[in-house]
Design a protein around this ligand. Structure first.
Ligand code: ADP
Ligand code: MG
Length: 429
C-alpha cells in the first residue's frame, strides 16, 4: 500500500478506534469532496469472505446531512439497485458508514466498450434505482456515474451517495408515496464515550457553533467560533434585513415574468439597485455538468425531475461516447453549454414555465441529438480502438433521451414512465 494510504488508515483507526476493533482495513477505494471510502474485512471472522466499504464522512459535515444519508441508505436502500447500510459507527464527530462492498469499474473504462444491449440494461437499472428513491419523494441530487456503480461481470448495479439527498415538495398524488421515518437508524453503534453525548448535534465545545460556510462548502456546515454578543446582534440585524429582502424578492418572483418591476427588467444591463439586491436562494447541490437547467436557473421549487435530467446526461454520455459531456466549472457556463445543444429559444421557453426570464445573445439553434451523438461517437471510435461500433441505434433510444432531457421539469418523464418506454422492449442481435 502507498504510504499515504497507510497513514490515512492509521488516522481512521485513531479517530474511530471501534473500526480497528471490528475490521481490518485493507485499502482506500474512493474519495469524494466530503468523504473517504475504505475497503475492509471482519477482524474476528477470517472465514467470512464478505468485504465492506467504510465511508468516513468529514467531521465538518452537518449532522442533519449525515442523518439524512443514513436514513436513505437504511430505509430506501438494500433493494432495487440502491445501496444499503450494515452498520454505522460514531466516535464524537467522526461517522463511519459500513456498507457491503460493491466491486465496480470506472465509467471511463466501460462506456465505450458497452454494447447497445448493455446500455439498455444499464439505463433500465439506473431508472429502477431512481424509481425506488422517488417513491419516497426523495431527490438524490447527485446522480452521476461515480455514484451509480456498475459491475459488468456480475451485471449488478448500485446507486450510492445520499450525502446531498433532499426531500422533494409533496407531490399532488400522495397515495403512491412511501414515507421515510424521522428517526435515526437503529443500528448506530455507540462507543462507551459516546453514550454520554445524548445526540450527534451536541457540540463538544459550547463555544463552537455550527454555521454554514457557503463559500467553501455550499452544502455542508462548518464548525466555527461563535460571535461575540455585539457581533451577534449586528449579524442578527443583517439577517433580518436579508430576510425582508428575500420576502420582497419572493413576492417579485411569484409575479408573472411579463410584468417588469424595474426599468432594467429584461434588459441586457442590470441597474445598480438591482445588482445590490440579494441573490435568489435555491438548492444547487450536485455536480455542474449533471445539473438540470432549473437548478442552474435557480428555480426554488425543485422536484425529483432533477435526477431524471442527470440520468439523461449519463445516457447522453453513453450515446455520444463522451464523458464528461458537459464540462463546466460554474452554473452559467453549464447553462451556456445546455443552450448550445438545445437552442436558446427552447431553453428560454422552459425558463418561463418556472417564472424566469432568460436573455440570450446571440440566439443559437437546437441541434439534432441523434446526428450529434452519431458524429461524436464515431469521433470517439476513431480515437479508441476498443470501442464497440454501433450501427443500429434505434430512434426509440433518442426519443427516450429527449424525454429524459426535457428542458421543462413539469413535463420531463418520471422514472416509472421511462421504464415503460419502448426503448426497453427493443431487441438487438
Ligand atoms: P462522496 O460523498 O465522497 O462522493 P461516495 O459515497 O460517492 O462518497 O463514495 C465515493 C466513492 O467510493 C464512490 O464513487 C465509489 O467508487 C466508492 N464507493 C462508495 N460506496 C461503495 C460501496 N458500497 N462499495 C464499493 N465502493 C464504494
Ligand atoms: Mg459520490
Amino acid at each position: 500500500l502507498p504510504f499515504e494510504v497507510q497513514e490515512e488508515i492509521e488516522c481512521l483507526y485513531d479517530f474511530v478506534p471501534e473500526v480497528e476493533q471490528h475490521f481490518v482495513v485493507t485499502n482506500k477505494i474512493g474519495e469524494g469532496t466530503f468523504s473517504s471510502v475504505f475497503l475492509a474485512r471482519l477482524k474476528h471472522y477470517p472465514d467470512v469472505d464478505q468485504l465492506f466499504a467504510l465511508k468516513h464522512i468529514i467531521p465538518t459535515s452537518h449532522p442533519s446531512r449525515i442523518e439524512g444519508e443514513l436514513q436513505c441508505l437504511q430505509e430506501i436502500g438494500g433493494c432495487d439497485n440502491v445501496m444499503g447500510v450494515e452498520l454505522c459507527i460514531r466516535q464524537r464527530d467522526h461517522v463511519v458508514i459500513v456498507m457491503p462492498y460493491f466491486p465496480h469499474e470506472k465509467f471511463q473504462d466501460y462506456m465505450l466498450t458497452m454494447s447497445l444491449l448493455e446500455v439498455q440494461a444499464y439505463m433500465k437499472n439506473l431508472l429502477v434505482a431512481l424509481r425506488r428513491v422517488h417513491q419516497f419523494n426523495i431527490i438524490h441530487r447527485d446522480v452521476k456515474p461515480s455514484n451509480f456503480l456498475y459491475n459488468s461481470s456480475t451485471k449488478q448495479y448500485a446507486l450510492v451517495d445520499f450525502g446531498l439527498a433532499h426531500k422533494a415538495p409533496a407531490p399532488k398524488d400522495k397515495t403512491t408515496t412511501k414515507t421515510i421515518s424521522p428517526l435515526l437508524p437503529s443500528k448506530i453503534v455507540e462507543s462507551q464515550e459516546n453514550q454520554n453525548l445524548k445526540n450527534i448535534q451536541q457540540p463538544e465545545n459550547p463555544g463552537l457553533k455550527p454555521q454554514f460556510d457557503k463559500q467553501r462548502h455550499p452544502d455542508r456546515m462548518l464548525i466555527r467560533k461563535s460571535k461575540s454578543p455585539r457581533r451577534l446582534l449586528l449579524a442578527k440585524r443583517a439577517l433580518m434585513v436579508k430576510e425582508k429582502e428575500m420576502i420582497r424578492s419572493k413576492g417579485e418572483n411569484s409575479r408573472s415574468p411579463s410584468i417588469s418591476t424595474c426599468q432594467c427588467y429584461g434588459q441586457p444591463t442590470v441597474c445598480t439597485i438591482c445588482t445590490s439586491r440579494s441573490n435568489q436562494q435555491a438548492p444547487r447541490a450536485g455536480t455542474p455538468g449533471f445539473r438540470a437547467p432549473e437548478v442552474l436557473i435557480k428555480c426554488p421549487h425543485q422536484t425529483t425531475a432533477v435526477d431524471i435530467w442527470s440520468a439523461g446526461v449519463i445516457f447522453l454520455c453513453l450515446l455520444s461516447g463522451r464523458y464528461p459531456f458537459f464540462r463546466a466549472n460554474d452554473d452559467m457556463t453549464a447553462l451556456a453549454q445546455i443552450i448550445s445543444i438545445f437552442g436558446s429559444e427552447d431553453v428560454k421557453k422552459s425558463a418561463v414555465t418556472y417564472g424566469k426570464q432568460l436573455l440570450c445573445n446571440p440566439t443559437t439553434p437546437a441541434l439534432d441529438l441523434k446526428t450529434m451523438c452519431y458524429k461524436l461517437r464515431s469521433g470517439a471510435q476513431c480515437k479508441q480502438s476498443k470501442t464497440t461500433p454501433w450501427t443500429n441505434v434505434s430512434d426509440s433510444a433518442f426519443d427516450l433521451l429527449r424525454k429524459l432531457l426535457d428542458l421543462n421539469p413539469h413535463t420531463r418523464i418520471s422514472a416509472e414512465d421511462a421504464l415503460k418506454h419502448s426503448f426497453f422492449s427493443e431487441k438487438w442481435d
